[in-house]
Design a protein around this ligand. Structure first.
Ligand code: URA
Ligand code: SF4
Length: 195
């Protein structure tokens, strides 16, 4: 399936209750040839209004982090586990994640990224479970590269704190910055290998 086909399905999807309260579904966007895929949790208010991922405060931070280490938002692909905004930005329910995640799975199979950056605990937990790794919790897992097998070959899972978490807890900001520097090294490495 092409990314456009996946996006058109997401935009009209009514598979879970979140379709009733959303303004716009947010399929995700970016470079279809991206080597790096960023996976967040679920759209927030700004994303719901614009139908685009990470365009609010967390998105601004994500862009700053990318820029600092020489990565460009145009070069990566950005999406979420759950494509519609949960009311009042509550956590997505387990059944909403289960119902929506086939869209993410399809995006991964189409993009075939070399690195999947899990933004926050929800994303990391989903990806670890999906690819058969035990999730040790975000505090332990963040900043480390985990090699996983998929139908299209190996790729790297790289969990980091959610950018929004570093808005509420400023102490996490340098940790996130350090992890983005590690990410830039990983990306350089996979590009050099052509992997
Ligand atoms: N937070 C997320 O997890 N995803 C977005 O798209 C925006 C904020
Ligand atoms: Fe469909 Fe996902 Fe939106 Fe639920 S959250 S309606 S499964 S696109």
């Amino acid at each position: 399936m092409s990314l456009e086909e996946i996006a058109s399905q997401v935009k009209v999807c009514t598979k879970c209750q979140l379709c009733k309260t959303r303004t716009n579904a947010v399929p995700g966007e970016g470079n279809p040839r991206a080597r790096i895929l960023f996976v967040g949790e679920a759209p927030g208010g700004n994303e719901d209004v614009q139908g685009r991922p990470f365009v609010g405060a967390a998105g601004k931070l994500l862009n700053q982090m990318l820029e600092k280490v020489g990565l460009k938002r145009e070069d990566v692909f950005v999406t979420n586990i759950v494509k519609c905004r949960p009311p009042e930005n509550r956590d997505p329910e387990p059944d909403e994640k289960t119902t929506c995640s086939p869209y993410l799975d399809a995006q991964i199979d189409t993009i075939r990224p070399a690195v999947v950056v899990c933004l926050g605990r929800h994303s990391a937990e989903y990806m670890f479970t999906k690819y058969g790794k035990e999730f040790p919790g975000i505090t332990k897992a963040r900043g480390q590269a985990y090699k996983v097998d998929s139908l299209f070959g190996h790729f790297i899972l790289f969990p980091v704190y959610h950018p929004a978490a570093t808005i509420y807890n400023q102490q996490l900001r340098p940790v996130l910055e350090g992890d983005f520097r590690t990410l830039a090294d990983i990306v350089q490495d996979v590009n050099a290998k052509g992997a």
